[in-house]
Design a protein around this ligand. Sequence first.
Ligand code: NDP
Length: 289
Amino acid sequence: MRLSPRMTLNNGVLIDRLGFGLYKVPPEDAAGLVTMALEAGYRHFDTAAMYGNETGVGKGIGALAGFAGAGSGSGELWPALSREDLFVTTKVWNDDQGYDATIRAFHTSMANLGLEYIDLYLIHWPCARRGLFPETYRAMETLYREGKVRAIGVSNFQPDHLDRLLQAAEVVPAVNQVELHPWLQQAELRAKHEALGIRTEAWSPLGRGQVLRDPVILALAAEHERTPAQIILRWQLQLGNITIPKASSSDRIRENLAVFDFELSATDLSDIAALDRGFRTGSNPDNVN
Ligand code: NDP
């Protein structure tokens, strides 16, 4: 059963608010973790060509779902699960930017995943100094018009990158996936997304685990009788974000999805708002080229 509520992207496509992230999941572990996550109730999976685990992700999906074109599974566990029940994101890597290279990279990703279409295709990093992202995005618009991808978007775009993209783009990105957690709250970007109709998707929603030990988060966890991860993920949802925590055990995978039956108060939210300190666990997008 799907546990996460969904929200509408700017083209009407529905996306699960809470999905499963696969960065740093070794290729040989990906199928098993995806299966575990499907069993726990996740339906949205976030991978990337750069993660090197698209083949494993496709196997994990196919083994349970058993729909044509994905994996080799029989679908015995969940015969009712179909491709339409799933939401799969992948991303074009920096070295494949440019029109032709992006089209090629997309078809490689689709073959690796064993899928006949992708739900969301993202530019992984703008790599602004290379100057190729408008062409990369034009290729994605072609794939979108051809029906090979249900929605297109970007990742790690700063406000000025979005401005530059929108000068030439014909399709407004559905999503900008950026680092976002209580220590990096991205207020300026979130306001810009809101104005443009772009959904904010939070990567490293738990600050790669580091924000879990913040004393304010720990106090809220005690008060609500929840775990620190649940407090942060609940905050992400109440902020309006889509989010994709990664975890490696069945217990954590389930814990991270059990956030739809409680609410943080306005005071809780303002306590967390005060934690913002511009702290990045990953690269500053202006420095990735
Ligand atoms: P997260 O913020 O999701 O944190 C993952 C870390 O937190 C892991 O070490 C995990 O440990 C730990 N953790 C998860 N759940 C719990 C829990 N309930 N209790 C205690 N510890 C927990 O970091 P990620 O960097 O993985 O980000 C999530 C996803 O975002 C990625 O997997 C990827 O899909 C995407 N991403 C996108 C990027 C981009 O450039 N577009 C960049 C980085 C990430 P363990 O695994 O041991 O369980």
